[in-house]
Design a protein around this ligand. Structure first.
Ligand code: KMH
Ligand code: ZN
Length: 294
């Protein structure tokens, strides 16, 4: 099973990605959700201290509703880049209601990385639309803009969609194929070790991959991912209950637990520098005023 040894970083550490906000939960229901730029930056710095090396970003408007406003996206990327050293990944998934052309424009904010979902999937009562022409256009735009895509795989068929992109348009910017398996979405693949292994087995040799289980599948998927040599995504986009009857305190709590699990697995949380090297992101960090190192 070549996919089971696909991670390029299994020997050295675990990439922890934090997805702190998402587009599905309302601030009114989840007061700890970071929705303002200040809340997002504060969350990012605490999550970086706890071991996260990449942040998957959805932003909100003044009413805490999901938005893909280009100016806000740019401001968010700049602030995260100035105040953390994490790899900044913008969501191109947005919310299920965002038009495809708005999702394509996300790259204009010049993130280090962006999500790229490899197929349409039922999403609870909604549909998360990712038709082939959209995927193909977005992928080619990542190559032109020198942004590292993270292939989001909600279903086994999405692995096939990713292979089709790679076969048709060639390797991603930087050359490293990096995937994120999202399990447990109602309509996608179930959050089980068996489903994880089925998907991982079908990944391209040499790729790196993380996994996240939504809701109550979170811990089983995280443990299975570590056992199979993968990396971890955690955060309030995917999970709002820390343990039975215990709401998540904040995103850093989830990152801390992921870092503990990674350490137990003898693959401690990866530094931001190691993540940049593994993912081969373009260094867009501003050179410091004294002209020295970044
Ligand atoms: N909000 C979901 C419909 C992504 O960020 O690329 C899509 C999503 C995936 O969260
Ligand atoms: Zn997302």
């Amino acid at each position: 099973m070549p996919g089971m040894v696909a991670s390029t970083s299994a020997a050295t550490g675990t990439l922890i990605t934090v997805a702190p906000t998402g587009a599905e939960s309302a601030k009114a229901d989840v007061p700890a959700l970071p929705v303002t730029l200040d809340e997002l930056v504060t969350t990012a710095t605490s999550c970086e201290s706890a071991g996260a090396a990449m942040i998957h970003v959805h932003i909100r408007d003044d009413d805490a509703r999901p938005t893909l406003d280009p100016g806000r996206l740019r401001e968010t990327v700049d602030a995260l880049r100035a105040q953390t050293s994490m790899v900044v990944q913008l969501s191109t998934g947005g919310s299920v209601h965002d038009p495809l052309e708005h999702r394509l424009r996300v790259l204009d904010a010049e993130p280090d990385s962006c999500s790229l979902t490899c197929g349409t999937v039922n999403f609870g009562d909604e549909v998360f639309a990712n038709p082939w022409p959209f995927m193909a256009e977005l992928y080619q735009r990542t190559q032109a803009a020198e942004v590292v895509p993270e292939f989001e795989l909600f279903d086994l068929g999405h692995v096939t969609g990713m292979h089709r992109l790679l076969d048709t348009y060639g390797e991603p910017y930087g050359g490293q194929v990096h995937c994120d398996l999202v399990l447990g979405v109602p309509g996608g693949m179930p959050g089980t070790a068996a489903a994880l292994v089925a998907a991982v087995t079908a990944l391209p040799a040499g790729c790196s991959w993380s996994a996240t289980g939504v809701g109550r599948t979170h811990l089983p998927v995280a443990l299975a991912a570590l056992a199979a040599g993968g990396h971890l995504r955690v955060g309030m986009e995917d999970v709002l209950t820390f343990a039975k009857g215990q709401p998540v305190r904040d995103n850093a709590q989830l990152v801390e637990r992921a870092a503990q699990l990674a350490a137990l697995a003898q693959r401690p949380a990866m530094s931001t520098d190691a993540a940049r090297e593994m993912l081969r992101v373009k260094d867009r960090r501003p050179v410091m005023a004294h002209g020295g190192s970044r």
